[in-house]
Design a protein around this ligand. Structure first.
Ligand SMILES: [Zn+2]
Length: 147
């Protein structure tokens, strides 16, 4: 587990009343997503109102720990002090109604294919902020594939 005590607070994710449960669970290495208590709809991104029935009666449920890469992009510019480019940001499908923009970490050895399986992990950025990330499930055969 790595921590990055030198990360300026302005570069850490902002906490609000709406997303506090998400970040508090992430700090304990648990990924949660919003769930509507009125219609059982699970969704992401976080919103205080259910996008299906517009109820404000929403809570949290544990998210799946595996997903599928729907799309991805490789960043070559440094935006944050804790990550050295190039790195990959992916859109990961966790459920049919839940796609999460996330860091693929550790960086895959090659180019991820759409449909690749990924598994949940966490990077502790500070004492208070832990970032959920996903690692590409690379079989030995996949690691040998040319890019
Ligand atoms: Zn609802």
């Amino acid at each position: 587990m790595n921590t990055y005590p030198s990360v300026p607070p302005a570069l850490l994710p902002g906490r609000t009343l709406d997303n506090e449960g998400f970040w508090e669970n992430a700090r304990r290495h648990q990924l949660v997503i919003p769930e509507c208590r009125q219609c059982d709809h699970v969704y992401y991104p976080i919103s205080p109102r259910c996008p299906n029935c517009f109820s404000e009666d929403v809570g949290w449920q544990r998210a799946p720990t595996t997903g599928i890469v729907s799309s991805w992009v490789r960043y070559h510019k440094r935006y944050y002090p804790w990550i050295e480019p190039p790195y990959i940001v992916a859109l990961v499908e966790l459920l049919p109604t839940v796609r999460m923009t996330t860091l693929l970490w550790p960086p895959p050895s090659g180019q991820p294919a759409v449909g690749s399986r990924v598994s949940l992990g966490f990077v502790d950025l500070s004492e208070e902020v832990t970032l959920p990330v996903f690692a590409l499930d690379e079989s030995p055969e996949q690691r040998k594939k040319p890019v």
